[in-house]
Design a protein around this ligand. Structure first.
Ligand code: NDP
Length: 453
């Protein structure tokens, strides 16, 4: 086992204090930085070249942060003013890559936490993509298609000057799906007079999108959970699973779990959760959430006797073998983790970004639960986005089977990398340490090679 020099830990503690001081009122960014930095001491001690003054300091400071006004008119002609963000965090491995989030909770700190996570996640895919993230405090919920279109057009009217297929390539995230990517792409094309399909990913399959991109994050997370279980001599077949959320990631998580013979019994949104003893019917869920843009309560009403809707409450109270949080950050807290452990959970795999609070992660790991951090477990989405970019550059499109095979190979590789790195640094079975160190090593090597920039 590698021992940690006390001065390495002291340096990291000092840096964390500095980060909190320099980035006030950004608790999510502090949390994400702390979670990574706390696991880096062994690698900094073992590889002195990484302790070079300035390397970690540069890594925690975004290369560029853009904040802009987004004015738009609703259907009654009233003007609204939202705030837009794009944080271009690190481009040592390739163009900045990361989604856009439209949700009222978005602020600069949230985008920075997501962008910071994205650096390591993208590095873990093994593909040539840097880390970035963006979004707005705009709430698309309850807005007409015309209002969403006007908002997206106004958002892109500023964003277009900062992005490009070789510069920065956004995609979707919470509140940004196929509809929003379509409006954003249309406005980019109109302003620039370029058919630059590689500027955004998550496009429609008929105009430059990759097959399997909508499915990739959820499918990938299920493959990661399966790999963690295999490591313990088990598989997903017959396992009862709880999934939170009912958006893009949750839906395709449920679809893949069902396909592999597991029984996903829950889904949720901010109004509450559904328990369906027969297993969630993914076609009905897609109809309610994707087509009608409704709430999960409607799913329960239509499904009949096997399903019930629980307003509010915690989905983690539902007994399960495997849990896949797939809604938003900090949704699985110590109380939720305690309930999962009490009910005998074996694995937790994060579909969402940072859905598990630090104390909940600690409880789960201490109880011997296999824990897959989002930057590894949900990397399938951005990986297939990078495959979409590759198809766009080659002006071709691959069959679904090819994309799915590549996704499966990438997820297996990420699992192996995290697992082996954790073992190498004296923390066997600790996927958090494995993911952080493996992602860090790849980015740090590129940054060292490219000089102080
Ligand atoms: P969607 O907008 O499609 O769905 C989000 C889901 O989470 C909805 O059910 C929503 O419920 C729920 N949710 C969002 N915010 C909250 C909140 N504050 N409280 C309770 N529920 C909430 O987003 P995605 O499925 O795309 O994203 C889900 C998570 O996965 C996010 O953390 C995202 O960053 C992460 N992720 C997504 C990727 C992708 O490819 N889309 C890639 C990697 C990670 P409601 O409608 O009531 O708000």
């Amino acid at each position: 086992m590698t021992t940690t020099r006390p001065d390495t830990k002291t340096t990291l503690d000092h840096l964390l204090t500095e980060i909190e001081h320099r980035n006030p009122a950004q608790p999510e960014f502090h949390q994400a930085a702390r979670e990574v930095l706390e696991t880096l001491a062994p690698v900094l001690a073992a590889r002195p070249e990484y302790a070079e003054p300035g390397l970690v300091e540069r890594l925690v400071e975004p290369e560029r942060q853009v904040v802009f006004r987004v004015p738009w008119q609703d259907d009654r002609g009233r003007v609204h003013v939202n705030r837009g963000f794009r944080v271009e965090f690190n481009s040592a491995l390739g163009p900045y890559k990361g989604g856009l989030r439209f949700h009222p909770s978005v602020n600069l700190g949230v985008i920075k936490f997501l962008g910071f996570e994205q650096i390591f996640k993208n590095a873990l895919t093994g593909l040539g993509i840097g880390g970035g993230k963006g979004g707005s405090d705009f709430d698309p919920r309850g807005r007409s298609d015309a209002e969403v279109m006007r908002f997206c057009q106004s958002f892109m009217t500023e964003l277009y000057r900062h992005i490009g297929e070789h510069t920065d390539v956004p995609a979707g995230d919470i509140g940004v799906g196929g509809r929003e990517i379509g409006y954003l792409f249309g406005q980019y094309r109109r302003i620039t007079n370029r058919w630059e399909s590689g500027v955004l990913t998550g496009k429609g399959a008929g105009w430059g999108g990759s097959l399997i991109r909508p499915e990739a994050t959820g499918y990938g997370n299920v493959l990661f959970a399966a790999a963690m279980l295999r490591e313990r001599g088990e598989d997903l077949e017959g396992q009862t699973t709880v999934v939170s959320g009912s958006g893009n990631v949750a839906i395709y998580t449920i679809e893949k779990l069902t396909a592999l013979g597991a029984n996903p019994v829950t889904c949720s949104d901010s109004s509450g959760y559904v328990v369906d003893e027969k297993g969630i019917d993914v076609d009905l869920l897609k109809q309610v959430k994707e087509v009608e843009r409704g709430r999960v309560g409607t799913y329960a009403e239509r499904r009949g006797a096997s399903a019930r809707f629980v307003p509010g409450g915690s989905v983690w109270e539902v007994p399960a073998d495997v849990a896949l949080p797939s809604a938003t950050q900090n949704e699985l807290d110590a109380e939720g983790a305690t309930a999962l452990i009490r009910n005998g959970v074996k694995a937790v795999s994060e579909g969402a970004n940072m859905p598990t609070t630090p104390d909940a992660v600690h409880l789960l790991q201490s109880a011997g639960v296999a824990f897959g951090p989002g930057k590894a477990a949900n990397a399938g989405g951005v990986a297939v986005s990078a495959l979409e970019m590759a198809q766009n550059h080659a002006r071709t499109s691959w069959p679904a089977t090819r994309v799915e095979d590549e996704l499966a190979a990438i997820m297996t590789n990420i699992h192996t990398t995290c697992h082996d790195t954790a073992t190498r640094y004296g923390a066997p079975g600790d996927y958090v340490t494995g993911a952080n160190i493996a992602g860090f090593e790849r980015v740090a090597d590129a940054m060292l090679a490219q000089g102080v920039i």
